[in-house]
Design a protein around this ligand. Structure first.
Ligand code: ADP
Length: 146
């Protein structure tokens, strides 16, 4: 069984995340969307809300699970018996950030990373842009799932 963990903050989930997940579905038997919890990180949406947004977006999709975890993503993958980490790449900055983490996860933990390049129509979307718009009372509905 090919299992992937798609880790992130998902604060909140955006159409960019949804695009990566939908395109990855044919590649895996199961994708665990895993919200990493970090006590020192300030989030806009509570953990419960973030889980609820993800669950309702993928309702009825039997290959998708939603989970939360603390600590190292690679340890969570081992716990879940997931061989792969799924990530999206929007630009060279994402690549530079991801490269060393992926290399370390492979060498240290034997967990390989699979990257999908963002679709051009979504590559400008980030959770932080959605939060900025929300904080300032703007309309962010075109950037997130219904
Ligand atoms: P993190 O804080 O770990 O970057 P995010 O929730 O921001 O968590 O993102 C989770 C994953 O989704 C990351 O691999 C990120 O690059 C990817 N991602 C975020 N936005 C997009 C997008 N618009 N298109 C493609 N991938 C994206």
């Amino acid at each position: 069984m090919r299992k992937a963990v798609f880790p992130g903050s998902f604060d909140p989930i955006t159409l960019g995340h949804v695009d990566i997940i939908e395109r990855a579905l044919p590649l895996f038997d199961e994708i665990i969307i895993a919200i990493g919890t970090n006590a020192s990180k300030q989030n806009m949406f509570s953990l419960e809300k973030r889980m609820e947004f993800i669950s309702s977006t993928f309702k009825g999709q039997t290959k998708i699970k939603v989970a939360t975890y603390e600590g190292l993503t690679a340890n969570f993958c081992k716990e879940q018996k997931a061989q792969f980490i799924l990530r999206g790449l929007r630009n060279p900055t994402d690549f530079t950030y991801e490269q060393t983490i992926a290399q370390a996860n492979d060498k240290v933990n034997g967990v390989d990373s699979i990257f999908l390049i963002a679709s051009p129509e979504y590559s400008y979307i980030s959770s932080s842009i959605v939060r900025d718009i929300a904080r300032n009372g703007g309309d962010f509905s075109a950037l997130v799932p219904k």
